[in-house]
Design a protein around this ligand. Structure first.
Ligand SMILES: [Zn+2]
Length: 401
């Protein structure tokens, strides 16, 4: 299958040519075959007229619990500990595979329609999320959520998931997800780290989301959650840590030294009043920062463009410095940084040979006119609903009607 996008404004996310006007982009199979200013001399099965459209790499949501769309508007205006232990965990005890499949379908449809082409999931019954992802065509890294007790059973589920994914389209990968220091014992954390090393799996976890988590960890183990996770070996493999709201300089140094990527989830952190992660300090410390929505129960939607805008303005506002995190840096977090955080070397940029995951946005709209600066408009003015095509692995998986 060959798809040719003609006369389009391409935001490549490459430093040398960030924006290309009147460009042509050819998709061959599941890869980008050509991007440039000459019309390629080849037959295409499908031609998309790019006039008035912007094409960019698909957004990468590095932290979500997709099936939590089931819990949208179920429990709001509560702090994290009460929200989790009084409302969310009791509901989750009643989950069935069918419910998770249904919630996953809804969540993936929402992500594809708002520009996310790759997601990093952590939840239960991940084989059902895998089924939904295969059917709907999204790319993703799936992680069975692990909390105490019955660790063996949950590790078995990860093994089953690995086998399932091996037989699939190749768009899905598997990691391992010890939930957090406050839901996993020392034995659980260490066993997960050993399992990850043995099976060459990355880790996906929550880290330092609230002050309470830090205080409890300090009381129990005499160290911060970051130092405790390091001591348990979780950072000996590639790791994405979500939230990281309450970090010390020492914590940031630990994350930087181990190459841990941080998934910044500003909407969820604000809604649960967990605080604001010090993202400029993390970037300064050399930590790779990507963006995540968290679940639809704490957000309450999966439109990652909202995280993009919020990241672009929140840190400027609280630091009284409008030069912090310029638009280009924020857009990198949502694309190339996310790709790297999830272990992809050929994703997150529009480049020949890279995986053909991209979105097209309709810029012929009043709220995007005039377009003095495409990068600025993508960060500060676009909504997820401006997406008109979503392409994953060379296939059109969403088209606005
Ligand atoms: Zn989460």
């Amino acid at each position: 299958m060959r798809i040719l996008i003609e006369d389009v404004t391409a935001v490549t996310m490459c430093e040398e040519t960030p924006v290309m006007e009147h460009a042509y982009l050819l998709i061959e199979g599941n890869r980008i075959g050509y991007i440039g200013f000459e019309k390629p001399d080849t037959d295409a099965d499908r031609i998309i007229d790019g006039t008035g459209l912007v094409v960019m790499p698909g957004l990468i949501n590095t932290h979500t619990h997709t099936a939590m769309t089931l819990l949208r508007s179920y429990a709001d205006d509560m702090n994290l500990q009460d929200w989790l232990f009084e409302k969310i965990f009791p509901f989750e005890d009643t989950l069935t595979p069918e419910m998770v499949y249904e919630g996953s379908v809804r969540g993936i449809q929402e992500m594809l329609a708002t520009g996310t082409t790759c997601f990093h999931d952590m939840y239960f019954f991940q084989e059902e999320t895998a089924r939904a992802a295969e059917e709907l065509g999204i790319r993703g890294v799936l992680n069975e959520g692990i909390t105490d007790p019955v660790l063996d059973k949950k590790l078995e589920k990860t093994k089953t998931l690995l086998e399932l994914v091996k037989q699939g389209s190749g768009r899905l990968k598997v990691g391992i997800s010890p939930h957090a220091v406050y839901t996993c014992s020392e034995e659980t954390l260490k066993t997960c780290a050993t399992f990850a090393k043995e099976h060459h799996l990355p880790i996906h976890t929550h880290l330092s989301e609230t002050v309470t988590e830090n205080e409890d960890c300090m009381k129990a183990h005499g160290m911060s959650p970051t130092a405790w996770m390091e001591a348990c070996g979780l950072f000996d493999v590639p790791c994405v840590a979500a939230h990281c709201v309450w970090l010390s300089n020492e914590d940031r140094e630990i994350l930087s030294r181990h190459g841990v990527s941080v998934s910044h989830n500003p909407v969820s952190n604000l809604k649960l009043a967990s605080g604001v992660a010090q993202i400029p300090e993390l970037v300064q410390a050399g930590v790779q920062v990507a963006l995540g929505s968290d679940g639809a129960s704490s957000n309450n939607h999966l439109d990652l463009f909202e995280e993009v805008k919020l990241t672009g303005i929140l840190h400027k506002g609280i630091n009284l410095d409008p030069t912090l995190l310029p638009a280009w840096e924020v857009l990198k977090m949502a694309t190339i940084n996310g790709a790297k955080a999830l272990g992809y070397e050929d994703l997150g940029q529009l480049k020949e040979g890279y995986l053909a995951d991209m979105i097209l946005l309709d810029f012929a709209k009043p709220h995007l006119t005039p377009n003095h600066n495409t990068i600025s408009n993508l960060v500060y003015a676009v909504h997820g609903s401006d997406v008109v095509y979503t392409i994953v692995d060379g296939k059109i998986v969403y088209q606005k009607s």
